[in-house]
Write a protein that binds this ligand. Structure first.
Ligand code: PLP
Length: 389
């Protein structure tokens, strides 16, 4: 008999779609994959070189659990140039932003505590909350508000049991980016109610149309204590397989996160940390590789957006962050699970159903894929929609 935790957890639906698409590809099928949540570029050479050099130099032993001192120092210095005022011991480097989020939740949520999660949400948040014994509570948004919740909705959802609000701007899956005013209003409502905020900023550098990142931790002195900021290297530098996440919080919370990590995974792979350090040692190279990747993403975003909105029955909000679009397919009268299953079977196009993110009537399409895949995928999607109409 499996444990309560094992019986209650749902497997990641996004990884499942990706696995099915990869299996069809391995069978020789010409699949257009829009499922992946990772950049389709390789990690920049200067980062790989720094890692290889560290490995050759014998950097193969345990490090301090929260990260090598040089990396924690570089991360805190980088945040401090953006207005933070943090010390190195407020930074914890974890095996992936996913682990950073999970440890943040474990460090702050006790059994029975409620955690507010705006929907559509990243698939892992509710499961992480449940693993901590907490109760996920969803606040629904849709394309009519650009996939953003309002302070009124937030206030109505707060109860005496609410402990934490999770914010994720730019968002996976919707690509939505909150403005400073919008995020400020939400964060202030949460902080005034005494909540903690987990601000998952893993897509902070993937912004388009001149959008700028807002860090909720900078909104007020109270915010610096009550906001936990998570980011990482995976999406910004095409390093998904490296497993490198970062967390910045009050000394108390960062210390608890480091203690939890010390009893579970210990440090991130030592030579991988040295690769990450190269980002701060070579800021010009880091900026250039990010700018190049962003130029590709933006071109593909606009191509996919125009193509989707040209298909009768589909409407797609112009999302300005991450590498996802979240088109509305409700006009076809099919549930998003059935829509995606048939789209893959009949047209060999892999997309993730909106239901996986707690929001029916939509699909998530990742444009971290080639221009040719986008063009071919759009043709197939148009063909599929014509059959349904
Ligand atoms: N947060 C969000 C919203 C994500 O989409 C992801 C990855 O898909 C992560 C966190 C975790 O990223 P990683 O664990 O690869 O650093």
């Amino acid at each position: 008999m499996l444990s309560t935790w094992a019986r209650n957890i749902a497997p990641s639906p996004t990884l499942a779609v990706d696995a099915k698409a990869k299996a069809l590809k391995a069978d020789g099928k010409d699949v257009c994959g829009f499922g992946a949540g990772e950049p389709d570029f390789d990690t920049p050479a200067f980062i790989k070189d720094a890692c290889a050099k560290a490995l050759a130099a014998g950097q193969t032993k345990y490090t301090p659990t929260p990260g090598i001192p040089a990396l924690r120092k570089a991360i805190s210095a980088d945040y401090n140039t953006r207005g933070f005022a943090i010390a190195e011991n407020q930074v914890v480097v974890s095996p992936g932003g996913k682990m950073s989020c999970y440890l943040a939740i474990l460090a702050t949520v006790s059994p029975g505590d409620e955690v507010l999660i705006p929907a559509p949400y990243w698939v892992s948040y509710p499961e992480m909350v449940k693993l901590a014994g907490g109760v996920p509570k969803f606040i629904l948004s849709g394309d009519s508000t650009g996939f953003k919740i309002t302070p009124g909705q937030l206030k109505a959802a707060i109860t005496p049991k609410t402990r934490l609000l999770i914010l994720n701007s730019p968002s996976n899956p919707s690509g939505a980016v909150y403005s400073k005013a919008e995020l400020g209003a939400l964060a202030n409502a949460a902080l005034q109610a005494g909540l903690l905020i987990l601000s998952d900023e893993i897509y902070e550098h993937l912004l388009y149309d001149g959008q700028k990142i807002t860090h909720p931790a900078l909104l007020s002195p109270a915010a610096a204590e009550q906001v936990i900021t998570v980011s990482g290297f995976a999406k910004t530098y095409a390093m998904t397989g490296w497993r490198l996440g970062t967390l910045v919080a009050s000394k108390e919370i960062a210390g608890a996160v480091a203690d939890l990590q010390s009893q579970t995974t210990s440090n991130v792979t030592t030579f991988a940390q040295h690769g990450a350090l190269a980002v701060y040692e070579h800021p010009d190279l880091a900026r250039a590789s990010l700018a190049e990747m962003l130029a590709h993403f933006d071109r593909r975003r606009l191509k996919l957006l125009a193509g989707l909105n040209a298909i009768p029955g589909i409407t797609c909000h112009r999302s300005q962050g991450a590498f996802y679009l979240f088109p509305n397919i409700s006009a076809f009268g099919l549930g998003s699970n059935e829509f995606c299953a048939r789209l893959l079977d009949e047209e060999l196009v892999a997309a993730v159903p909106g239901s996986a993110f707690g929001t029916e009537g939509y699909l998530r399409l990742s444009y971290a894929t080639s221009d040719a895949t986008i063009e071919k995928g759009l043709e197939r999607l148009a063909h599929f929609c014509k059959k349904l109409a």
